[in-house]
Design a protein around this ligand. Structure first.
Ligand code: NAI
Length: 336
């Protein structure tokens, strides 16, 4: 039987490490070609001769790329991620189904969101380099006790709920907003739902765990930032587009923000996941963000754990197998 051919875009060494052993399984009728290129309208032609494509968060299936993939006869787009804002669902509707890995390790992301908060709050990122430089002074490293403070969780899906539970363990007041509240869970964990506007006003810390949709784009903009408590710490492990970066920079310059822990950034696909250390950063907003002592940026690494990578590989290959062998799409991304 001819093998099903998959073009695997934006391959990193860790992808091969986790996918290749699973591909040895003889019953798995897949041939995967690992490509370094990201999928964009310019590179979509590389999918010629393949049956499916496998993509990650910074590959882009816009209307042009979708049209090319369709013309090339691509039958399935499999995302190695949970978020799918990089795929134009209208453009692929009725042409190519898309699947994702809905939950590869919500604990990984929740624990990481908390680690960003702890680092920013207690300034361990600064202490680390200070001590290595022989500077043992404590001046400027003062933090605050989290116990008793109020944290607002925006989006109580899998990741938001685990983050809330961890922070309840710290003795924090947890308030949350979500258009689909999980009332039983909230009652069991002492979490209070409230309107977003109220959450923004009351929270000492705000952590974003909702998906990036057209409605959620720049959810944290000028007005939202103006309504927050002075000194608020904002954590974003959701998607960069949830925050209006320009408005955040303005609020940071005005000393209204206590800290921002950003694992994602609006324009991250030009930089994140790649080594640009030998170049001048051309993105002025990113460069400005990097100058603030109370901003901690990481390169979309919240998911990046052994467990999550293993789960991504397993579920992605199962997504391909079920579709090509049985026509099943258990993890299909549906247009709302
Ligand atoms: P989920 O689908 O389980 O939960 C999302 C929740 O957000 C849902 O309950 C939904 O009702 C809620 N929501 C939607 N719009 C909202 C709004 N305007 N305000 C408040 N709540 C809203 O998703 P999960 O697994 O918890 O992931 C959340 C997001 O985290 C993903 O969409 C993805 O963008 C991001 N993510 C980031 C990773 C990283 O490595 N940094 C890794 C995995 C996911």
């Amino acid at each position: 039987m001819n093998k099903i051919k998959i073009a695997f875009f934006d391959t990193k060494p860790y992808d091969r490490f986790y996918f290749e052993p699973l591909l040895q399984e003889p019953a798995l009728n897949l041939h995967v070609k690992f490509l370094q290129a990201r999928l964009t309208a310019d590179t979509a032609a590389l999918a010629g001769g393949f049956d499916g494509v496998c993509i990650f968060v910074n590959d882009t299936v816009d209307a042009t790329a979708a049209e090319i993939l369709h013309r090339l006869g691509i039958k399935l787009i499999a995302l190695r991620s949970a978020g799918f804002n990089n795929v134009d669902l209208e453009a692929i509707r009725g042409k190519i189904p898309a699947v994702r890995v809905p939950a590869y390790s919500p604990h990984a992301v929740a624990e990481y969101a908390v680690s960003l908060l702890l680092t920013l709050n207690r300034k361990t990122h600064k202490a680390y380099s200070r001590i290595r430089d022989g500077n043992f002074s404590l001046v400027g490293l003062e933090g605050a006790v989290l116990h008793g403070k109020t944290v607002g969780i925006i989006g109580t899906g899998l990741i938001g709920r685990i983050t809330a539970e961890i922070l309840r363990g710290f003795g924090m007041e947890v308030i949350a907003s979500d258009p689909y509240p999980q009332t039983e869970w909230a009652a069991a964990h002492g979490v209070q739902y409230t309107e977003r506007a109220d959450l923004l006003r009351r929270s000492d810390i705000i952590s974003l765990h909702c998906p990036l949709t057209p409605e959620n784009r720049r959810l944290i903009g000028r007005e939202a930032l103006a309504s927050m408590k002075s000194g608020v710490i904002i954590i974003n492990t959701g998607r960069g587009g949830l925050i209006d970066t320009r408005a955040l920079i303005k609020a940071l310059k005005e000393n209204r923000i206590g800290g921002a822990g950003l694992d994602v950034y609006e324009e991250e696909d030009g930089y994140f996941f790649e080594d640009h250390s030998g170049e001048v950063i051309q993105d002025d907003m990113l460069a400005r963000l990097l100058t603030f002592p109370n901003v901690l940026i990481t390169s979309h690494q919240a998911f990046f754990t052994h467990e999550a990578l293993q789960e991504i590989a397993k579920t992605t290959l199962e997504n391909f197998r079920l579709f090509f062998e049985k026509g099943e799409l258990p993890n299909e991304i549906k247009v709302q």
